[in-house]
Design a protein around this ligand. Structure first.
Ligand SMILES: *[C@@H]1O[C@H](CO)[C@@H](O)[C@H](O)[C@H]1NC(C)=O
Ligand SMILES: *[C@@H]1O[C@H](CO)[C@@H](O)[C@H](O)[C@H]1NC(C)=O
Ligand SMILES: *[C@@H]1O[C@H](CO)[C@@H](O)[C@H](O)[C@H]1NC(C)=O
Ligand SMILES: *[C@@H]1O[C@H](CO)[C@@H](O)[C@H](O)[C@H]1NC(C)=O
Ligand SMILES: *[C@@H]1O[C@H](CO)[C@@H](O)[C@H](O)[C@H]1NC(C)=O
Length: 447
């Protein structure tokens, strides 16, 4: 039909039209047509979301017969009978771990389902969960998550099918599926883009944003739209995206390897002039999940991913088995200063400011209270490197006296002036991360 996205949105809003103020409608429509920005002031995700997302670690494992511990399910039905207590239930167990092992209290509140939950559509066309693996449906899961102080995220796909071949949300289903998710009391929607066209996405993502808004339920909206358009202008309009989505995947899926982390990081750095200003409170670039706790990263590399994602103001979605995660990985993910930096209220994404010939890179993220996060990152493959620098070399030339706290060791480095010589020792594929803050008087921190 070739409708303009704005008209599609407007139509979507009218279909949902629960607005009692009919006499005002002409004025409302006029304003809407003049101002192209009319959605996503939902007030959500003023800091990057934190939580657990099933995909990277558990994928589309539906083989509950052979792999009961790790298959995508909430409960199971045995011989027609609901056996909630029998056997392992991945999402319920992750919910319990989030609530009981300190994650929730540090901010990891989202429990997010990815693909492969669906059982199709019912006779009225409504999405339903797989009746064997999610016997009480998604609403029950949302209720359980809420009872633990968690939030539930669900997955959909704006196309004929989801990436793994489950029913998609075609344009004619957008409003109905938004209403279904709201009825289930879901708190976040990740909308993927497999089996869709450029035109479907241009119409569908704004339409879904409007449809979610029209449900009246605050539902954070994670869009895979830019990833399907190559992630860059002119095909991606980041101003428009910020008015539609709370977070968005710009680039390919992360895989369980250091090579994958580096490929994502390189892309984010190469295009940081475009990407960095796009982020802010309520609108985040998403370089994809944390691999920490899995198989592909060394301990140094796990620390590096956490530090780099934090300085990029990235969402912190773990995708690991919280039932068996090792304490050394828990320490990385539960580092309180790291989380404080990630959740900084200014919400400014950091940038790579230096690329040294010695294969050391420096990343800087401005924080509240005139503080900064600094990450010294080594691309070397030989041995710990003594990197010499100064605040002045990083253009931090204020007359202030600074102090730094090493985020991983907790060490305090005091008496830093702009010309003070600094040496940091950075391990191969590792980082040194500093929280740098001005002190008013010697020995007294600002806050
Ligand atoms: C989706 O399905 C419709 C109807 O079968 C078809 O015309 C269209 O080409 C499909 N779109 C994609 C992107 O596969
Ligand atoms: C819907 O959008 C309006 C602004 O356009 C906003 O005030 C309202 O809070 C939004 N509601 C939801 C549920 O997102
Ligand atoms: C991008 O979107 C914004 C907001 O919708 C709009 O004002 C602007 O003109 C668009 N830019 C381009 C280059 O299309
Ligand atoms: C510091 O500022 C100078 C002059 O503006 C600029 O050339 C240089 O790239 C900057 N260095 C860093 C690390 O930002
Ligand atoms: C820093 O080191 C350089 C040589 O490496 C030296 O010339 C300079 O005096 C030192 N600066 C301070 C403030 O110690």
């Amino acid at each position: 039909m070739g409708r303009h996205p704005l008209q599609a949105e407007q139509a979507g809003a009218e279909v949902m039209g629960a607005t009692p103020a009919l006499p005002l409608l002409p004025a409302v429509i006029l304003v809407a047509l003049v101002a192209p920005v009319l959605v996503l002031e939902n007030g959500l995700l003023r800091t990057p979301p934190m939580g657990w997302l099933a995909w990277e670690r558990f994928r589309c494992n539906t083989n509950c017969d052979e792999d009961p511990e790790n298959c995508i399910r909430w409960g199971q039905r045995v011989a027609g009978r609901l056996e909630e207590e029998a056997g392992e239930k991945l999402f319920m167990e992750m919910a319990d771990r989030l609530a009981q092992d300190g994650w929730r209290d540090l901010g990891y509140t989202y429990l997010n389902i990815d693909d492969c939950w669906s059982g199709g559509r019912d006779t009225q066309g409504r999405l339903v969960a797989d009746s064997k693996r999610f016997p009480r449906g998604i609403a029950f899961l949302a209720h359980y998550a809420h009872s633990l102080g968690l939030k539930l995220g669900i997955y959909g796909d704006l196309g004929n099918f989801t990436c793994m071949g489950f029913p998609g949300t075609t344009l004619d289903k957008v409003v109905q599926d938004a209403a279904t998710f709201a009825e289930w009391k879901v708190d976040m929607l990740k909308l993927d883009g497999c089996f869709s066209t450029h035109e479907d996405r241009a119409l569908g993502y704004p339409k879904m944003a409007a449809a979610l808004n029209a449900t009246g339920r605050p539902i954070a909206f994670s869009c895979s739209w830019p990833a399907y358009e190559g992630g860059l202008p002119p095909k991606v309009n980041y101003s428009e995206l910020a008015n539609i989505c709370n977070l968005w995947r710009n680039y390919g899926d992360i895989q369980d390897s250091w090579e994958s982390v580096l490929s994502i990081l390189d892309w984010f750095v190469q295009y940081q002039d475009v990407l960095q200003p796009a982020a802010g409170p309520g609108r985040w670039n998403d370089p994809d999940m944390l691999l920490i706790g899995n198989f592909g990263l060394s301990l140094e590399q796990a620390r590096s991913q956490m530090a780099l994602w934090t300085v990029l103001a990235a969402p912190l979605f773990m995708s690991t088995d919280l039932r068996s995660i090792a304490p050394r990985h828990v320490d990385i993910l539960q580092n309180p200063l790291m989380i404080k930096i990630n959740q900084d209220p200014l919400g400014i994404q950091g940038r790579r400011i230096l690329k040294d010939q010695a294969h050391i890179e420096v990343f800087l993220r401005p924080l509240a209270n005139e503080a900064y996060a600094l990450v010294f990152f080594s691309r070397r493959q030989d041995m710990p490197y003594r990197y010499r620098t100064s605040l002045a070399q990083m253009n931090l030339t204020s007359a202030k006296l600074y102090e730094a706290q090493n985020v991983y060791t907790g060490d305090i480095i005091s008496g830093l002036q702009d010309k003070t010589n600094i040496t940091v020792i950075v391990n191969p594929s590792g980082v040194v991360m500093w929280y740098l803050y001005p002190i008013r008087k010697q020995g007294r921190s600002q806050d």
